[in-house]
Design a protein around this ligand. Structure first.
Ligand code: PHE
Length: 467
C-alpha cells in the first residue's frame, strides 16, 4: 500500500473537484426531462426534499468515512474496523465501473455534437433525429444498420482525455482541470440562461416549472427523484469516500458538503429552467422529451429556431462536455485509487488498463443503441428478440437499484455500526463544533435509511420501477 496518499492542493481545488464530480450529464442531460415528466414544480419540490434529507447526510457520511480512514472506498470500511461492510465499497466500485463505461460513450456523443455544430449545423437541423440515429448506426428511412464507427471513435477520444488527466494525478491533473472547467461551465450556464429568459414564449415553460402538478406524481416519481439525486450528487459510487480521503483534516466537512450539494442542485435547476422553457418557446410543450434523444435530437429544433442558434448550440454542447469530463474523471479515479492502493499497481498503467476496459465495455452500449433502442444490429427487434442489458437496463440497474442499495449501506454503517458520534468527531477535526450534529445523527440513523428502504420496496411492490 502507498503511504504517501495524495492530497488536494487547496480548499477551492477540492470543492471544485467534488462539485465537478457532482455536476455532470445527470444535471444537464437527465434532470430537465425528469422534472418535466414528474410534474414540473412538484418534482422539483420532491427533489429538493430528497437532497436535504437524504443526499446531504449521505454525502457527509461518505466524506467523513473516507477522510477518517484515509483509504479508498473498499478499504475504508476495513480500516475503520468493519470488514463486513466492505461490500458497500465493492458495490460502489462496481457501479462506478458500469456507469463509467456508458457515461464515457455518451461523453463521446457530446464531443461529436460539439464538432457537428461547428462544422455541419445545417445537416443536424435538416433531420435532427436522423442525424442522431445515424451517429448510432441506423437509418430510419431504409431500416439499414451499420457499425457506429464515428460514435465509437469520439468515445475513444473522450476516454483518452480522461486517461491523460487521471495519469497526471490528483493535484496536477484532476484539480487543475476542474479549476478551469468548472468556472467555464458556470459562465456558459449563465449565458444560456440569459438567452432562454429573453426568448419569446419562454414564460409558459417557466410557469410549468413553477407549478406543482401532483397528478403526475406516483411512487415511481419518488424513486426516480431519489435515483436522480444520488446520481447527480455522485453518491453510492465510492467517489465521495475516495475524494474525502484526499482532504486535509483541518477542512470543514459540514460546510463543504453543504456547498457541494447546493452547487449541484443549483446547476440542475438552472439547466431545467434553461431547457424546458427553451423547448416550450421554440417547439411547443408537447416536444419536451427525455433521455438521450432529447438532448441530442430535440434540442436541435431549439437552436435552429433561436437567433444565434449555432453559437448557442456549440456553447451548450461545450457545457455538457465539461460537465461530463469532470464527472467521468471522478468515476475513473474511484476505481484507479482502489487498484493502485490495494495492489500497489502504478498509476499510469492502471489508468490505461481501466480506461481501455471501460471503453470496450461501453462499446457494447453504443452498439446496442441501434439494436435495442432503435432496431437490431445483433438482435432482431422486429421479431421481439432483444438484449436490453446494454440499453436502458444499465441505467435501471445502477440508478434505481445498486446506487440506492449502496447508499443504504453507507447509512447503516455510519448510523449503526461506526456510529454518528465518530463521524461527528471526524467532522469536528477542524476545531469547530458541528452545529447540526444532532440533526445529522437522526437523519443518518433513521430518516435517510428508512426513506431509501421504503422507496425501493414500495416501487418494487407497486411494480413501477421501470417506468
Ligand atoms: N454526478 C454525475 C452527474 O450528475 C455523475 C457521477 C455519478 C459522477 C457518480 C461520479 C460519480 O452526471
Amino acid at each position: 500500500m502507498e503511504n504517501n496518499r495524495a492530497q488536494w492542493g487547496s480548499k477551492i481545488g477540492f470543492i471544485l473537484a467534488a462539485a465537478g464530480s457532482a455536476v455532470g450529464l445527470g444535471n444537464i442531460w437527465k434532470f430537465p426531462g425528469k422534472a418535466f415528466e414528474g410534474g414540473g414544480g412538484a418534482y422539483i419540490l420532491i427533489y429538493l426534499a430528497i437532497v436535504v434529507l437524504i443526499g446531504f447526510p449521505v454525502m457527509l457520511s461518505e466524506l467523513s468515512v473516507g477522510r477518517a480512514a484515509q483509504a479508498n472506498a473498499i478499504d475504508s470500511f476495513h480500516k475503520l474496523g468493519y470488514r463486513g461492510f466492505r461490500w458497500v465499497g465493492v458495490t460502489g466500485v462496481a457501479v462506478a465501473f458500469i456507469v463509467t463505461s456508458y457515461y464515457c460513450h455518451v461523453g463521446g456523443w457530446v464531443l461529436r455534437y460539439v464538432v457537428s455544430y461547428i462544422t455541419e449545423a445545417q445537416t443536424v437541423y435538416a433531420d435532427p433525429l436522423g442525424y442522431f440515429y445515424g451517429l448510432l448506426g441506423y437509418n430510419a428511412a431504409t431500416g439499414e444498420t451499420w457499425f457506429p464507427l464515428t460514435a465509437i471513435l469520439f468515445a475513444a477520444v473522450f476516454m483518452a482525455v480522461n486517461a491523460f488527466i487521471i495519469i497526471k494525478g490528483v493535484e496536477g491533473g484532476i484539480e487543475k482541470f476542474n479549476k478551469v472547467g468548472m468556472p467555464a461551465l458556470f459562465v456558459i450556464l449563465v449565458v444560456l440562461l440569459v438567452r432562454t429568459v429573453t426568448l419569446d414564449g419562454a414564460q409558459a415553460g417557466f410557469a410549468y416549472m413553477l407549478t406543482c402538478d401532483w397528478s403526475k406524481v406516483g411512487f415511481s416519481t419518488f424513486l426516480s427523484a431519489l435515483g436522480q439525486a444520488f446520481f447527480s450528487l455522485s453518491l453510492g459510487m465510492a467517489i465521495m469516500i475516495t475524494y474525502g480521503s484526499y482532504l486535509p483534516k483541518h477542512e470543514n466537512l459540514g460546510k463543504n458538503t453543504a456547498l457541494i450539494c447546493t452547487m449541484d442542485t443549483l446547476v440542475a435547476l438552472i439547466a431545467g429552467f434553461i431547457i424546458v422553457p427553451a423547448v416550450f418557446a421554440t417547439l411547443g410543450s408537447e416536444n419536451v422529451g427525455k433521455g438521450g434523444g432529447f438532448a441530442f435530437a430535440s434540442l436541435a429544433g431549439v437552436f435552429q429556431n433561436m437567433p444565434g442558434g449555432v453559437f448557442f448550440g456549440v456553447l451548450f454542447y461545450l457545457l455538457l462536455l465539461f460537465a461530463a469530463l469532470t464527472s467521468s474523471i471522478s468515476l475513473i479515479e474511484g476505481v484507479v485509487a482502489f487498484l493502485t492502493e490495494r495492489f500497489g499497481w502504478k498509476r499510469k498503467p492502471t489508468a490505461i488498463i481501466v480506461c481501455t476496459l471501460m471503453f470496450l465495455i461501453g462499446c457494447l452500449y453504443t452498439m446496442s443503441q441501434a439494436a435495442f433502442s432503435i432496431k437490431g444490429i445483433w438482435f432482431d427487434f422486429a421479431n421481439g428478440v432483444s438484449f436490453p442489458i446494454f440499453g436502458d437496463f444499465m441505467e435501471f440497474l445502477t440508478d434505481r437499484l445498486l446506487i440506492p442499495v449502496c447508499a443504504l449501506g453507507v447509512c447503516i454503517f455510519v448510523g449503526w455500526i461506526w456510529k454518528p458520534e465518530n463521524a461527528v468527531r471526524e467532522i469536528e477535526l477542524d476545531g469547530k463544533p458541528f452545529k447540526l450534529a444532532k440533526v445529522y445523527s437522526v437523519l443518518v440513523k433513521y430518516v435517510a435509511p428508512i426513506s431509501i428502504l421504503l422507496i425501493i420496496v414500495a416501487s418494487f411492490v407497486t411494480g413501477t420501477t421501470l417506468s
